[in-house]
Design a binder for this molecule. Structure first.
Ligand SMILES: *Cc1c(COP(=O)(O)O)cnc(C)c1O
Length: 414
């Protein structure tokens, strides 16, 4: 095989389909979020970032930065090993205690990312519990799909957010069969939210464990911000709550929170936990400061929801086809990969607005979109500028201005 030719051919296919990925080269400016510098063709321009998953701007929060500075001066840059071999720093211990209490659970376990938390936990449970059967929402994130696949247990996929279909699939097994139901709370591409309580009802009826990915809810939902399970008052009914420290928490890393015995089990048997070096203490310290701050500041969550609602209203008034999401995520439908990329390019080059195009396989073909994530730091002036710019781009590319009808569901969110 001519390897190099093969790679080049596959890439050129991507390009001709209009879904070759180009990364915006950004330089974030601490203290100026959501403004950043964008490096391009040897030049630099200032842009307003409208697609960050640093949903609350915590990555540049003064208390979070101060904690990272303090920790690097005190402990240095790296952790020094895996958790078992010299890599457990006291800050990791404190952060796990904080995350357990944050989630109303007995214990928590840190991972180097939310992806690894999902992949490791699900594959470990699937492969080590005899005869375990997994039930997975059809729109689950790739990290859960991979975890379930690697566990090599039996598995079933239930229709998105459909407790009745889940009930039907679970009914095929006797109560004694070990089972786990995996789903997300906020789905990040359509911005819809799972009926967590109804899914727990069904799982409990069949004596199944539940695994809830709160990645797009952590920091943003519930009185203290631990997620939708807290908001809905069902945290004690969810067996495992999983989250990330990289989105609204603003740093990097992932975790699960659960009973002491389950956490000890994954700590003892999970390869992605055991064999990977721990996060630098400065990262853990920054995340700890962020979680502590978010727990005490519900007003930032109110402001965030108000910003999202305001933007959805402003876009609808202009006839921009925004999906009626019930969360902080504002998906604007384009429905074509090439046009989606062009719209994004025009916004960047003419209007100083950065919104990454979202194309297949992240979303189904025909539902390509701009996924806008307003934060508490996007002010009214930025919003009017965004809406006016989108309106101009829509006219220029002759895109539909009216409500988009039936939109295919998301396939593989990031
Ligand atoms: C981003 C994401 C993850 C992975 O979390 P990271 O900390 O970024 O690795 C897991 N689940 C969902 C739903 C995500 O969107």
């Amino acid at each position: 095989m001519d390897y190099q030719h093969y790679f080049a051919k596959r890439i050129s296919d991507l390009k001709s389909e209009g879904r070759y990925r180009v990364f915006a080269d950004l330089e974030r400016q601490a203290g100026r979020f959501p403004v950043a510098l964008n490096h391009f063709d040897g030049g630099v321009r200032e842009v307003v970032v409208w697609c960050s998953n640093d949903y609350l701007g915590m990555g540049q929060h003064p208390e979070v930065m101060a904690a990272a500075h303090e920790a690097i001066e005190r402990t240095g840059a790296g952790a020094g090993g895996t958790r078992n071999i010299s890599g457990t720093n006291h800050t990791h211990v404190l952060l796990e205690q904080e995350l357990a209490s944050f989630n109303g659970k007995e214990a928590a376990l840190l991972f180097t990312s939310g992806y690894v938390a999902n992949q490791t936990t699900l594959s470990t449970l699937g492969s080590t519990i005899p005869n375990c059967v997994m039930f997975s929402d059809e729109l689950n994130h790739n990290s859960m799909i991979e975890g379930i696949r690697h566990g090599r247990s039996a598995k079933h996929v239930f229709r998105h957010n459909d407790p009745d279909h889940l009930d039907e699939l679970l009914s095929a097994y006797p109560t004694e069969t070990p089972k786990l139901v995996a789903f997300e709370s906020v789905y990040s591409m359509d911005g819809d939210i799972a009926p967590v309580s109804a899914l727990c009802d069904v799982a409990e009826k069949h004596n199944a464990m539940t695994f809830l990915d709160e990645v797009h809810a952590v920091g943003m939902y519930g009185a203290e911000g631990s997620g939708v399970a807290e908001r809905d008052g069902v945290r004690d009914r969810v067996t495992i709550i999983q989250g990330t420290l990289a989105k609204a928490i603003g740093v990097v890393g992932g975790y699960i929170a659960a009973s002491a015995s389950l956490v000890d089990y994954v700590r003892s048997f999970g390869p992605g936990f055991i064999f990977s070096s721990s996060m630098p203490p400065m990262v853990a310290a920054a995340a700890l400061a962020s979680v502590r701050w978010l727990r005490r500041h519900p007003e930032v969550r109110e402001r965030h929801q108000e910003r999202a609602a305001t933007l959805k209203r402003l876009l609808a008034e202009k006839g921009i086809p925004v999906l009626p999401s019930i969360s902080h995520i504002v998906p604007v439908m384009v429905g074509n990969a090439a046009l989606c990329k062009q719209a994004s390019d025009l916004l960047l080059t003419r209007h100083g607005i950065y919104v990454q195009p979202i194309n297949y396989p992240t979303v189904p073909v025909g539902s390509e979109r701009l996924r806008i994530t307003p934060t508490p730091l996007h002010d009214d002036a930025m919003m009017s500028h965004l809406v006016a710019s989108l309106s101009q781009v829509w006219d220029e590319l002759d895109l539909h201005k009216s409500h988009h009808p039936g939109v295919p569901r998301t396939a593989a969110a990031e």
